[in-house]
Design a protein around this ligand. Sequence first.
Ligand SMILES: Cc1cc2nc3c(=O)[nH]c(=O)nc-3n(C[C@H](O)[C@H](O)[C@H](O)COP(=O)(O)O)c2cc1C
Length: 197
Amino acid sequence: MSQTPLKLAIIVGSIREGRFGPTVAKWFTGQAAQREDLTVDVVDLAETPLPTVFPAFGQPPGEEVERQLAAVSPRLAAADAFVIVTPEYNHSFPASLKNAIDWHNKEWHAKPVGFVSYGGVSGGLRAVEQLRVVLAELHAVTIRDTVSFHNSWGDFGVDGTHRDGEGCEAAAKTMLDQLTWWAHALRDAKAARPYAA
Ligand SMILES: Cc1cc2nc3c(=O)[nH]c(=O)nc-3n(C[C@H](O)[C@H](O)[C@H](O)COP(=O)(O)O)c2cc1C
């Protein structure tokens, strides 16, 4: 088994002006960064916007689209594992996130995806359940345990801590333990034999 630290891409899914996503992502990145078995790359979709118009089948993307993709695609390709930080929008996940998912295909193959969600009473869990369906189509493996924040808008301090520190940290550890188990297993398996998509 390779002992090289796993590359984790944390995807910040919301791009709304005044969004809460970076607060949640900052807290989670702090949790992930404490682990010696991970290196972390935060892919914030608001900082690396992707076009919403796709080329025709079989046609290469134009130059400007290539430039925009270049800020995201190689980072997804390099990742051994993903954590998606998502809010709930109308019982699902934001269009910005679906767009980023749809621009890619092999970048998701045979890789594990964990979730950190937030929203109202549901804590974004309905968004997570919908993401599981989409990601299965892309040959990704979604992680059972999640971290979810329910009506948590006032619960984070300016220093990035959460007022229920221990509970959230335990949830993050459980999710990351499962994610890294899968990431190691899949990385080793792919090194032995290419994934047959
Ligand atoms: C278009 C839209 C739809 C929303 N729909 C839901 C919803 O169905 N359920 C829920 O719990 N919260 C819903 N919310 C509240 C968001 O989950 C909450 O405002 C969250 O902070 C949004 O993430 P953001 O601030 O990173 O954009 C919605 C917010 C928006 C903007």
